[in-house]
Design a protein around this ligand. Structure first.
Ligand code: ZN
Length: 67
């Protein structure tokens, strides 16, 4: 199975079309110490992401804890 990686354009389109209320909102501190929140659809797969100007910032999902 081929894992399809989203391009920045695809991520930005998703964040732009997702309302704040229905977005993931996972907090993330960027390397420049800005606090941002994931603006992808809640329950999304793959990485968290948000818009930063014309670019997308991505960060990894935390590894799930074993029960
Ligand atoms: Zn997210």
């Amino acid at each position: 199975m081929i894992h399809k990686r989203l391009t920045d354009d695809q991520l930005l389109l998703e964040t732009d079309y997702t309302s704040y209320a229905s977005s993931c909102r996972d907090p993330h501190v960027t390397p420049t110490n800005d606090l941002v929140e994931c603006r992808r659809q809640s329950g999304h797969d793959d990485t968290h992401a948000t818009r930063a100007g014309v670019r997308a910032i991505r960060w990894a999902l935390p590894a799930p804890h074993a029960a």
